[in-house]
Design a protein around this ligand. Structure first.
Ligand SMILES: *[C@@H]1O[C@H](CO)[C@@H](O)[C@H](O)[C@H]1NC(C)=O
Ligand SMILES: *[C@@H]1O[C@H](CO)[C@@H](O)[C@H](O)[C@H]1NC(C)=O
Ligand SMILES: [Cu+2]
Length: 227
């Protein structure tokens, strides 16, 4: 109830601010939505851009191209293994689930950036991780660089989806079109505080201007929860 009251206030505030360009300008400067294309028009096995420089409070939104990519969090040491399998007791690693789509822009998955530490990620489909479909938010410029991560990924013995047993090829990778899941024990609802925000379909029909607005709306929600 407290939550919904706050949410209502936020929406009212956002509504009021609609007519106040200065408010939005300020929001835009202090918080950014970094859009990353997952895949591409010609079946590229890439995240583009694959290196994102973001500040705490920013959001990174993955927009999925056909056919069936995913984005999962890993770490530098194990590029193609879910973070929660590499590091014991990890509860906050993100995973979009598989995003089967025939049309770009329909399926998006958004993660919050909460600090300045590197966030490593990969696509868990087939051998996409080995094929170069990896990326990072705020990778170091020296040492554990994105280039080194790409090289490590190339040599990875397997590409594992969260929830899939490593070492075997029979693991279930979640149903087709499975919705994003947050492994976090405290934020089961992906739209809640700090957890990954996901919207499917919402962006399907938006044109460029309203896509901008969607970004701002997301940023507003993110700002509210991250305060
Ligand atoms: C993981 O959690 C279990 C149960 O709380 C604990 O016994 C174990 O020491 C933890 N492991 C690490 C590496 O923190
Ligand atoms: C997407 O890929 C996953 C993993 O390979 C697979 O289990 C799922 O069936 C695929 N979905 C579609 C609609 O092709
Ligand atoms: Cu992929």
């Amino acid at each position: 109830m407290h939550f919904s009251t706050l949410l209502t206030s936020t929406l009212l505030l956002a509504g009021t601010a609609l007519g106040r360009r200065t408010y939005f300008k300020r929001q835009q400067q202090s918080m950014m939505v970094h859009v990353v294309q997952a895949g591409g028009a010609n079946g590229e096995l890439t995240f583009s851009p694959n290196e994102i420089k973001a500040n705490p409070g920013d959001l990174v939104q993955f927009q999925f191209w056909p056919k069936n990519h995913s984005v999962a969090q890993s770490n530098f040491a194990n590029p193609c293994i879910p973070l929660q399998q590499s590091v014991q007791n990890t509860t906050s690693a993100f995973y979009s689930g598989f995003m089967p789509t025939t049309e770009q822009g329909k399926l998006v998955y958004t993660i919050p950036v909460t600090d300045t530490k590197p966030i490593w990620f990969y696509c868990s489909q087939g051998k996409h991780c080995q094929g170069g479909m990896v990326g990072a938010v705020n990778p170091p410029a020296t040492g554990n660089t994105l280039a080194a991560f790409v090289e490590k990924a190339k040599a990875a013995p397997q590409n594992v989806s969260p929830g899939q047993a490593s070492g075997g090829s029979t693991g279930q990778a979640g149903g087709a079109g499975s919705t994003g899941q947050s492994p976090s024990g405290t934020t089961n609802n992906p739209t809640q505080a700090g957890g990954p925000l996901q919207s499917t379909g919402a962006a399907s029909t938006v044109d460029a201007p309203s896509r901008g607005f969607l970004g701002l709306a997301l940023a507003g929600i993110g700002a509210f929860f991250l305060l």
